[in-house]
Design a protein around this ligand. Structure first.
Ligand code: ADP
Length: 279
């Protein structure tokens, strides 16, 4: 059984723009999955299908093995399992204080007050925002707002969190911190699906990568499998991670035949192995 599965999913917007053209995707429990593609290829549109905000024109979406039912009851059930964090936190955060914002979802579920308080406390702790309860969200930095949005979803205690471009608009430190947070949440058992065009981040964090282009999945596999297929990466208007370029230059220009790697850690290991063999 998969947490999320799409079968031959097609979607067109009411103005006739055909965006998704036969998407097949399977996400296992506990995975950290990256949907990789440049802007405008349909990543957000696909994500909005994962908790029933959009309904396929053709094909189906299954959550924990069951096709989504697009009635009130069915959608409520799906939204308890799958939480979506939008790209722009300002689309998600609207309450006057951080605590009220995080409490909004659980209150809407009709949970008792002490349970809501427990969830808010735990969610803010998980994202490192203890002590921010009474702050107005619009006074926070981009990274902090992103954390509030994530806390709001965590407070719903979902099994899957879907994040649209979680590092967009953040500086490099802010982006790394958010990715580390998602990594930690994933290690606690939450299935994480992110969309991104950041090829340098993907191999560091993702178990499984889907390359998306023109409303289709061009390739699926481990970061190593995906980035080894340079032709597909170029076809999808992406590039290799920077460290892979460095290895290419070392191999071709400098004739240093170290093994290819896609993260700094891997390249370091391969370089150390090469030095050990030579000395
Ligand atoms: P990505 O997330 O990969 O940047 P999107 O899913 O946002 O891609 O957009 C895919 C395509 O769908 C784009 O061509 C975009 O212009 C179009 N699109 C997005 N939203 C709408 C809408 N509400 N109506 C019509 N076209 C849309």
């Amino acid at each position: 059984m998969y947490m999320i599965e799409t079968r031959d999913l097609y979607f067109s917007y009411p103005d006739g723009t055909q965006v998704l053209k036969g998407i097949n995707l399977k996400v296992k429990k506990g995975d950290m999955v990256a949907l990789l593609g440049p802007n405008g290829v349909g990543k957000t549109t696909l994500f909005l299908h994962f908790n029933g905000i959009l309904k396929p024109t053709k094909g189906e979406v299954l959550v924990k093995g069951e096709p989504i039912k697009y009635n009130k009851e069915g959608l409520l059930k799906v939204r308890k399992t799958v939480g979506i964090v939008f790209q722009n936190p300002d689309d998600q955060i609207f309450a006057p204080t951080v605590a009220e914002d995080v409490a909004f979802g659980p209150l809407n579920l009709g949970l008792p007050k002490d349970e809501v308080e427990r969830r808010v406390k735990e969610a803010l702790k998980a994202v490192g925002l203890e002590g921010f309860e009474n702050k107005p969200p619009h006074h926070l930095s981009g990274g902090q707002k992103k954390r509030v949005a994530i806390a709001g979803i965590l407070a719903m205690e979902p099994e899957v969190i879907v994040l649209d471009e979680p590092t967009a608009g953040l500086d490099p430190i802010g982006a790394s911190k958010i990715m580390k947070l998602l990594y930690d949440l994933n290690k606690k058992g939450i299935t994480i699906i992110i969309s991104t065009h950041d090829v340098d981040l993907v191999p560091v964090y993702a178990d499984n990568v889907y390359v998306m282009y023109g409303g289709k999945i061009l390739k699926e596999g481990s970061p190593k499998e995906v980035f080894s297929d340079v032709e597909t990466i170029r076809k999808a208007n992406l590039r290799l991670p920077r460290v892979a370029h460095l290895v290419e230059i070392l191999n071709k220009k400098d004739k240093i035949p170290i093994e290819m790697g896609y993260t700094i850690g891997d390249v370091r290991k391969n370089l150390l192995n090469y030095i050990k063999e030579k000395c």
